[in-house]
Write a protein that binds this ligand. Sequence first.
Ligand SMILES: Nc1ncnc2c1ncn2[C@@H]1O[C@H](COP(=O)(O)OP(=O)(O)O)[C@@H](O)[C@H]1O
Ligand SMILES: [Mg+2]
Length: 321
Amino acid sequence: MSDLLTVENLTVSYHTKTREVTALLDVSLSLAPGEVFGIVGESGCGKSTFSSVIGHLLGPAGQVESGLVEVAGHNVLALSGKTLRAYRSNDIAYVFQDPMSVLDPTKTLGKQYRRLLGSSDWKQKAIDALNHVGLGDHQRVLSSFPHQLSGGMAQRVVIAMALMRMPKLLIADEPTAALDASIRSGVMELLTKWCSEIGAAMLIISHDIPIISRFCDRIGVMYAGRFVEIGPAAEFITSPLHPYPIALLASEPGHEGEDGVLQSLEGAPPLSISRDRACAFADRCAHRDDVCTSDFPAPVKVGSSTVSCCRIDAIHAEATR
Ligand SMILES: Nc1ncnc2c1ncn2[C@@H]1O[C@H](COP(=O)(O)OP(=O)(O)O)[C@@H](O)[C@H]1O
Ligand SMILES: [Mg+2]
């Protein structure tokens, strides 16, 4: 089966009055139809930039320097005007961290669903969609203004708006980050269940590695504008390969050592991504060697994963000795 999403050699930078930054550097990724792919990594690594380019949503400061983005046969970066609007309403949908950024605060949700659906049977469609996301009290939801709902309910309303259009690809950028920890898993479950029912692929960005590893088929770890590891979620959560996700996971609650202390990952991702021939993670990496500051780590296959680390064989040979 051909890929639903193909991103090839994508490089994106931002140009503002005060600075120029590279946000993505030579990034490639393919997603199969219906696949659930999770992106993890600390803030500033390029995750939101990657998800924005797919909807051709980079603001005026963003510039695609090179690369290809193809979704369901559309050459996305070449779309404009009518064809871009048709692509955004038929092929893709977004769910963002803050549901209030999508909802109109001055209109009831009933009015917003009616405007979105247009047709005379909008109410039945809205009720079906609300049932799908577990909001059975339709009358109350449809007559409410956005601020009258809890954050979790508002996010469910937005998910219903996104998925009732039956997109081929749903892009969810930290959809549970603003929600109470107790309801995150439920929201993830309804997202993945509904996507699977309509055959939509999902690209989901999250800081919550344990949760997304449970719901995704594959995970990609971004660091300084590149994927440093891409592999099956089940293997990733138990045995990540690249030193960055190894350190990220070791700093997660539940991974305390025998002394009960959690290993923290010192430092932060670089504010500006260098295009020098070096590994961007080198200055935070416990396995750093000369090669890390003289070579770009090319992606290599390790089992069913792809890892960008020049020292991957040496590190894992040390670990198994
Ligand atoms: N609109 C913008 N203007 C200027 N720089 C931006 C803009 N959006 C993102 N950036 C920069 O691009 C880099 C990647 O950001 P982003 O894609 O938001 O990362 P993440 O989602 O992983 O936190 C960061 O250095 C960020 O400061
Ligand atoms: Mg982001």
